[in-house]
Design a protein around this ligand. Structure first.
Ligand code: ITT
Length: 206
């Protein structure tokens, strides 16, 4: 019996999006912090899926020790921005690019400057998101979502988080930081990956 989802993320921007997308599952969705878990996780996998699984397993092990594993799905997201012109950098290192504590003002300005003089059609990029889940019985699930776009010429918009102000989506004529939360969740890498994970969970809960 699944009663609760504990989401293994310390990123406040992500947790807001995740709670909105999973709201219709009729399960309690809490962050690891709200579940009382504090653990330093070394994300040393080479793919988004591996890193997402590393996070879920670490948090599941903590909940087990706390005697709170029953009825709980532990879920995690690993995501990143791939810029084709930069050989798909920063990719799985997106959070660590230029240092974890460096502001996104600086990271975004740096990426724009690395693309100086690069024309529109060579500024292609994508956000990728892998979601991993570990079920109460130990089974593991993964899903993946992608949104294609281009790196802009300046930061635009103040919604979302991270690299959103420089991620321009030609289809919408704006960056993902100019979309409201609902619009972003409908089309984003995280939105797509979570919808797919939701379908897998719903089949299991039937
Ligand atoms: P957790 O590991 O605690 O979940 P994190 O921020 O370290 O948080 P990741 O390791 O998955 O998460 O790094 C993903 C980074 O990719 C994130 O910090 C952003 O810089 C970027 N990113 C991912 N999704 C994004 C989005 O929807 N909008 C903007 N930037 C995004």
């Amino acid at each position: 019996m699944i009663e609760k989802i504990v989401f293994a993320t310390g990123n406040v921007g992500k947790i807001k999006e995740i709670q909105a997308i999973l709201a219709d599952l009729d399960l309690e969705v809490v962050s690891m912090k709200e579940a009382g878990v504090s653990v330093d996780i070394e994300e040393n996998g080479s793919t988004y899926e591996e890193n997402a699984l590393i996070k879920t397993r670490a948090v599941a092990a903590c909940l087990e020790k706390m005697g709170q594993r029953e009825g709980t799905v532990v879920m995690a997201d690993d995501s990143g921005l791939e810029i084709d012109y930069l050989n798909r950098e920063p990719g799985v290192y997106s959070a660590r690019y230029m240092g974890e504590d460096t502001s996104y003002r600086i990271k975004n300005a740096n990426l724009i400057s690395r693309l100086e003089g690069v024309e529109d059609d060579r500024r292609t990029a994508r956000f990728v998101c892998a979601i991993a889940a570990v079920l109460p019985d130990g089974r593991e699930l993964t899903s993946r979502g992608v949104i294609e776009g281009r790196i802009g010429y300046e930061e635009k918009g103040s919604n979302g988080f991270g690299y959103d102000p420089i991620f321009y989506v030609p289809e919408f004529g704006c960056t993902t930081a100019e979309l409201n939360a609902e619009e972003k969740n409908r089309v984003s890498h995280r939105g797509n990956a979570l919808q797919e994970m939701k379908r897998q969970l719903q089949r299991i809960m039937e």
